[in-house]
Design a protein around this ligand. Structure first.
Ligand code: MG
Length: 504
């Protein structure tokens, strides 16, 4: 049994090495690569990806899992193994069976259809014309239905799709949490709309990019971003990627006329980086040194961006320095006006520009439509109409064309259905964890006001980051909070914060 386990760890080291190389190629693609490098880079990336797919689906894993006593009824394997080794066995079992259940012909068909669909989507969005993209999306929905059948599910085919990103969560569980969110957020947004709007004009003026970068780097330093193990660069779309256990890259973009974009973008990506850098030492080289789920990953980035970064305490520490950096832009703007401006709420059509309150409503809209498409209750041709209806119900506004509605996101063109819910689940988990963090560090705000971020990071390291993929999201949530997933802490947080800001 020991030998089988050692062999699994050996195979995992190869897989992790390939993952790191693939990530580095991707990072370079988006940060440094000259435009015309793209064709050969695609070949290089595809080559590494197929090598890594071969390694993950190596039939040897099947034999090793048998030797370790793992089965569908008992994916953790033999009880004589240590707890962490059993969790590694479970992760291997899950990956191996998930990957080998899907026929190679379907994987190839997915790649072929989505590579065309992505370029058509770009064109269709430019022309704001859904009819161009529609036949491609029909194929993508059909391929996802086939995928769900191969992956397997009990209640709803959408369960199988969402499970790829958020292990072991069901459509019904998501629907329950999203109903709680919807019932609380729709009236809150309505009340905010009726209240006096806050002024944000001083944020929308020229802020020199070099100074934005300088301030962003100072914030990273202060919150504990370790420049020996991580770095910040620029790219068109901000992202975080992991080259190795001691090498995590984050990126941002600087908009000269919107200072908040890079500022909160950096803090958001730092939250992702802290997670990637915080896995337990003992997991190094294995697949347990990875995120628990996309929802948990996003809970960390949103915690830093919103709970910490858009909080009063954070700015009572940083505002003097920020104002010193931008004296003209912020002349006459006190901290209270600044705090309100960075937390302005307003229903808007574009998800990626949404504020903290309306953001989850954008996600609920997509979840409802995806669930109906996959449940065959909605046809692709009726999608723009359904989008309008949902948008009116959830946000009180309707798109003025396909580009600001059904064509705005890249996800479907890439074949991803079931991904969106993880963004809102991140908010939900994040505030559940925050409630516990506040219980255990009662003077959290005082610490933040004094610029003491180390205790927060240490708490997250111990309670969230270290566990990596050894827990399922629901096990982690239960372990940290003593409760299953619940929207209540997030809803309470939003109500308290925004009733104060909008004087409701
Ligand atoms: Mg993120």
């Amino acid at each position: 049994m020991d030998k089988a386990l050692e062999r699994i760890k050996e195979l995992d080291r190869e897989i992790r090495t390939l993952n790191g190389i693939e990530a580095l190629l991707g990072w370079d693609h988006h940060v440094y690569m000259p435009e015309r490098g793209v064709h050969q880079r695609s070949e290089q990336t595809a080559y590494i990806a197929s090598l890594s797919h071969q390694k993950v689906t190596n039939p040897e894993f099947g034999d090793l899992l048998d030797k370790l006593g793992a089965s569908a009824e008992n994916p953790l394997g033999s009880k004589s193994l240590s707890d962490d080794d059993r969790r590694l066995v479970r992760a291997v079992y899950r990956d191996f069976h998930q990957q080998t259940r899907v026929p190679g012909s379907l994987v190839e068909e997915f790649a072929r259809v989505t590579s065309i669909a992505q370029s058509v989507w770009t064109e269709a969005r430019k022309k704001s014309d859904f009819s161009l993209f529609r036949p491609h999306l029909e194929k993508i929905v059909d391929l996802n239905l086939q995928l769900a059948d191969h992956l397997g599910y009990t209640a709803h085919p959408y369960d199988a799709l969402v499970d790829q990103y958020e292990p072991e969560i069901t459509t019904a569980q998501i629907a329950t949490v999203f109903r709680q969110l919807r019932e609380a957020l729709v009236p809150l947004v309505r009340d905010i709309k009726a209240a006096k709007q806050v002024d944000t004009s001083f944020l929308r003026q020229p802020y020199p990019v070099e100074l934005q970068e300088q301030f962003g780097r100072a914030v990273l330093d202060a919150i504990g971003f370790d420049s020996q193990r991580a770095r910040l660069d620029r790219s068109v779309h901000p992202f975080t990627t992991t080259i190795g256990v001691d090498d995590v890259r984050i990126t941002t973009r600087y908009l000269a006329d919107l200072v908040t974009s890079s500022l909160f973008g950096i803090v958001h990506e730092a939250g992702h980086a802290f997670y990637e850098l915080g896995f337990a030492e003992g997991f190094r080289g294995t697949r347990l040194a990875d995120a628990c789920s996309l929802g948990i990953h996003e809970s960390m980035s949103r915690f830093w961006e919103n709970v910490i970064g858009r909080g009063r305490a954070f700015w009572s520490h940083f505002y003097p320095q920020f104002k010193e950096t931008f004296p003209d832009q912020l002349s006459g703007v006190d901290i209270e006006a600044f705090y309100k401006a960075i937390n302005r709420v307003e229903p808007s059509l574009i998800r990626v520009e949404a504020d903290e309150v309306t953001y989850s409503l954008h996600i609920i809209l997509r979840f409802e439509l995806e669930r109906m498409l996959i449940g065959k209750e909605l046809k692709v041709k009726d999608l723009p109409h359904a989008w309008h209806e949902q948008s009116r119900d959830l946000l009180g506004i309707v798109p003025d064309g396909d580009a600001s509605g059904v064509l705005q996101d890249i996800h479907w063109s890439g074949g991803s259905i079931g991904y969106f819910p993880t963004y809102a689940l991140g908010n939900v988990y994040g505030l559940q964890f925050t409630a516990k963090l506040r219980e255990q560090i009662p003077d959290l705000d005082t610490k933040v006001r004094h610029g003491e971020f180390a205790p927060i990071k240490a708490w997250l390291d111990t309670n969230v980051h270290a566990h990596g993929r050894s827990r399922t999201p629901q096990e982690l949530c239960q372990q940290i909070t003593g409760n299953p997933m619940s929207a209540e802490p997030f809803v309470n947080y939003l109500k308290t914060k925004y009733r104060d800001i909008y004087d409701l």
